[in-house]
Design a binder for this molecule. Structure first.
Ligand code: DC
Length: 232
């Protein structure tokens, strides 16, 4: 989430601001595409996955078990998180890099399966809908959080293509990585995210399906912008 100041809930009598929802599996490129679409339109940007990552990190730091639904949901409801100076903060600690660690991603996937945690984060996500508009990136933006969004996109790519992208990112950052393990991780996370009982990863019925296996970021950004313009 990169709006510079925390959102306030709008009490405007005017129609709700437009929202473009971009959902899809991990490493589909949706984060980069969503950020660039938001920048092109001058819209706010919600990285909802960051909220699940922050919740998991808070639980890990507090020694709360990731399957203790009540305690994790309480942490999610009271998350002392903020997004400013291009960074993500938990109280006054810069956790931008920490929330991207693989272990925190795995923890986020676990806590995201808990209904009380999803409920606790609902209002916070909707509060990002502010003028002039919002681009919301996640798994259930078009199905649960903003079902009335005028433009919805489901961005995907094959597990192999996504694993390869993640592999390149890790190697570029000087980490070691194993492509076969990454494909297996990707498939396991997809299975968990699509089969969970609450808000499973699936396209909204009215979403544009965009397969980026053979598409570069620029083309994906242009396709999303064209879809939005065709709907507004
Ligand atoms: O997009 P990401 O990798 O930062 O998301 C981290 C985890 O959070 C991922 O396993 C799926 C979950 N998530 C979710 O369930 N719903 C969202 N709207 C966003 C993320």
């Amino acid at each position: 989430m990169t709006s510079d100041s925390p959102p306030t809930v709008s009490r405007s009598p005017f129609p709700a601001s437009p929202v473009i929802t971009i959902d899809g599996p991990s490493a589909s490129g949706k984060g980069t595409v969503a950020e660039r679409v938001a920048r092109a339109l001058g819209f706010h940007f919600l990285d909802s996955g960051a909220l699940y990552r922050l919740t998991a990190l808070s639980a890990m730091k507090a020694g709360v078990a990731l399957d203790d639904e009540t305690s994790v949901a309480r942490l999610a409801a009271e998350l002392p998180a903020s997004f400013h100076d291009g960074a993500v903060w938990l109280v006054d600690e810069n956790v931008t890099a920490a929330i991207r660690a693989e272990a925190v991603g795995a923890g986020a996937s676990q806590v995201a399966a808990l209904p009380a945690v999803r409920d606790a984060l609902l209002g916070r996500q909707r509060a990002y809908r502010q003028p002039p508009g919002l681009v919301a990136d996640g798994r259930d933006m078009g199905t649960v959080i903003f079902p009335d969004a005028p433009a919805k996109v489901f961005l995907t790519a094959s597990a192999e293509a996504r694993a390869e992208r993640r592999y390149k990112q890790l190697i570029e950052k000087g980490n070691s990585a194993n492509l076969t393990d990454l494909v297996a991780d990707m498939q396991a996370r997809d299975a968990r995210d699509t089969s969970r009982a609450v808000a499973p990863l699936r396209p909204a019925p009215d979403a544009l399906l965009l397969d980026t296996t053979h598409m570069d970021i620029d083309s994906a950004v242009q396709a999303v912008l064209a879809h939005y313009r065709s709907r507004s």
